[in-house]
Write a protein that binds this ligand. Structure first.
Ligand code: XCC
Length: 661
């Protein structure tokens, strides 16, 4: 097959395709090439490999039913699954812990560049955490909030404070199962202990604890991370933004922020417009500094400052190929080691910053909260110094507009104004069938799930077409942004009922709620809807589903598990990494459904997943005795042609022909 045709099968995004063609011409090896050259290990990819001890590794394939110690396929598979959950929960939660430490440092005067930006949010969080507020300064309250948050990590017996946010019925389910999460560190450590050689030898028991550990992510580390970020940097409200590689500038210093932590990236945003930095950029012949983001740090700075999204996980190496990126500043998580090799061929400097994540071959500038703004400026100066080294600049022209910034607080406000903040209009319109249900579509890209961004956008478009409101985070949100799905105009792709509601309320049918830790915002919305009443008493009663269309990270396994443990059926699309044990697959689906009212599906068939998910939504509606969904009942809403696209038909079919950029 000619190279160009081969590349067309790798992505639906024209920009990514354009850059992959440049890579081919320049002889650049990317994750797309490595995925072709290196096949997935057939043993590990079904969780058939046990390396809990060093008598192995044992491969439980073919006729081999047990390892040297006698561990069965089910035990080994459950252990592998639980360890993935622990890895993911640890990553999100350690991020949350760092946010608490930053808040503590800010309130104690050790991090002078950070301030409490959202006092109302601080008061709400304080109330939730049982911190006294009366007659106290913001710093005193903030310090205690940080200390209580940190206690949620280290406590061994106390249950997580945020469990109180869940509906009473859900809390009772966890209690009855004995999976109410205690200290975050304890539950994660306990996964590692139970799954070490010769400890927990019952797949079901291991998987129950996997749920408990995942809950420390969703209702612990992630939720604390989100809330404290809001306190320090402001709770997001609607913001206009742009996405895709056309956001790079030809005459400014382009600095890409990649990773997850908002602490450094927020400082870089502040520093980029500092007169000292702008003057320094001018002294090197540039007009200023242009920022853009990759992965979840991109979502953090988009949600609060409208900083453009450059791309999602699979496009990180391609940023440098443009020849227009002076520095890529990385912190933690989802940073490919391959970046450094690509950077060697261009002028980009990879600047690593986290003491937890050193990257060989990168320039290391250690970040610490005490000198945050100064370090951010130092980083930008390094990037600016690199501007004169630009040579062959090839910036693709595609840019898409978007609206982001939908925190649960804003959605609450949006639905009733400050006079009557409530989820009631959303609940009522789900009850009356204008909105059939809701879907959380989240998660990564995966170099083995190609074309890149295809599953992501397919599911989102299928959902809204079927009158199902979509909330999105993470790399799915970036995929949606790059394909123009985060604009109000996309309501033309929505079914008539959903479209009418979107037109009335003035929201897009695909709502960007933030980064991956912000999946906790989705939990909060669901919990508040259940508490408000009208869609049952528990999160599992609501006609809502979850999808991770192109997931690849342990963090996604943790998210999928806590969403299921919170009562929401979830589909992880792609190959089933736990297929070596039908018993474990049954425990994740039928077993979890009996215990927590929802199943975790690892489903290779995308269309089947969509069909099954819609059937679940309809079954939940029936169980609530709501009117059956009828697409023709509310077919009176206005339709109009989206201005940005040359052909509505082409857009709907996924051929992204645009009239201009
Ligand atoms: Fe996945 Fe979470 Fe990473 Fe993107 S950034 S690749 S974990 S979706 Ni959050």
């Amino acid at each position: 097959m000619p190279e160009e045709k081969k590349l067309e099968k790798k992505t639906i995004d024209p920009t990514t395709l354009e850059l992959l063609n440049i890579c081919a011409a320049d002889g650049i090896n990317t994750v797309f090439d490595r995925a072709e050259a290196l096949k997935a290990c057939p043993i590990g990819s079904t969780a058939a490999c046990c390396h809990s001890c060093f008598m192995g590794p044992c491969r439980l394939t073919g006729k081999t039913e047990v390892g040297l110690c006698g561990a069965t396929r089910a035990t080994v598979t459950a252990r592998n699954y639980a360890r993935a959950v622990a890895g993911g929960a640890a990553a999100h939660s350690d991020h949350g812990r760092d946010m608490a430490l930053t808040l503590l440092a800010a309130c104690e005067g050790h991090a002078p560049d950070y301030k409490i930006k959202d006092e109302a949010k601080l008061m709400a969080v304080a109330k939730m955490l049982g911190v006294k507020t009366e007659g106290r300064s913001m710093e005193e309250i903030g310090k205690d909030v940080a200390l209580v948050a940190l206690d949620n990590f280290s406590s061994t017996k106390k249950e997580l404070d945020y469990i109180k946010r869940a509906p009473a019925k859900r809390q009772q389910i966890w209690k009855n199962l004995g999976i109410t999460p205690r200290g975050i560190d304890r539950e994660v450590v306990e996964v590692l202990h139970r799954t070490t050689m010769g400890v927990d030898q019952d797949a079901e028991h291991i998987m129950d604890h996997a749920m408990r550990a995942s809950l420390t992510d969703g209702w612990g580390g992630s939720m604390l991370g989100t809330d404290i970020s809001d306190v320090l940097f402001g709770t997001p409200g609607p913001v206009k933004g742009r996405a895709n590689f056309g956001v790079l500038s030809t005459d400014e210093v382009n600095v890409i922020i990649h990773g997850h932590h908002p602490t450094l990236s927020m400082m870089i945003v502040e520093a980029a417009s500092d007169p000292e930095i702008v003057a320094y950029a001018k002294s090197k012949g540039a007009k200023g500094v242009n920022l853009a983001g990759i992965c979840c740090t991109a979502n953090e700075i988009l949600m609060r400052h409208g900083v453009p999204l450059l791309g999602n996980f699979l496009t990180q190496e391609l940023a440098m190929v443009t020849g227009a990126v002076e520095a890529m500043v990385v912190d933690i998580q989802c940073v490919m080691e391959g970046l450094v090799e690509v950077a060697k061929k261009y002028h980009t400097q990879i600047i690593s910053t986290s003491p937890k994540a050193k990257i060989a071959g990168s320039t290391y500038i250690e970040f610490d909260e005490e000198h945050a703004l100064k370090i951010a400026k130092d980083i930008l100066k390094k990037a600016i110094d690199n501007y004169p080294n630009r040579k062959n600049v090839r910036i693709p022209t595609y840019v898409d507009n978007l609206v982001a910034g939908f925190s649960h607080e804003y959605i609450n406000y949006m639905l009733g104004g400050s006079f009557r903040q409530s989820f009631r209009p959303l609940i009522d319109n789900i009850a009356n069938g204008r909105i059939r249900g809701a879907a959380g579509v989240v998660g990564c890209n995966n170099a083995r799930v190609l074309p890149h961004d295809d599953n992501q956008t397919y599911i989102v478009k299928e959902m809204i077409k079927n009158d199902i409101l979509v909330v999105t985070t993470g790399c799915n949100a970036i995929a949606c942004a790059k394909q123009g799905l985060l604009t109000p105009e996309v309501m033309n792709l929505a079914g008539p009922g959903l479209r009418e509601i979107c037109q009335t309320i003035g929201i897009p049918p695909v709502i960007h709620m933030g980064s991956c830790v912000d999946n906790s915002r989705i939990l909060t919305v669901l919990a508040q809807c259940a508490t408000e009443g009208g869609l049952g008493e528990d999160m599992s009663d609501a006609p809502a589903v979850g999808f991770a269309p192109e997931w690849m990270s342990e963090k996604a396994v943790s998210i999928g598990t806590y969403v299921v443990a919170s009562g929401v059926n979830t589909w992880m699309i792609g190959h089933n990494p736990y297929s070596n044990s039908p018993e474990v697959v049954k425990l994740m689906t039928e077993g979890y459904t009996k215990k927590v009212g929802a199943a975790l599906h690892f489903e290779p068939d995308l269309k089947k997943a969509v069909k099954d998910a819609i059937a679940v939504i309809d079954a939940k509606r029936a169980a609530l005795k709501l009117d059956p969904y009828d697409p023709n009942r509310y077919a009176r809403s206005d339709t109009y042609f989206p201005a940005d696209y040359t052909s509505f038909k082409a857009f709907a079919e996924g051929r992204y022909t645009r009239s201009g950029t």
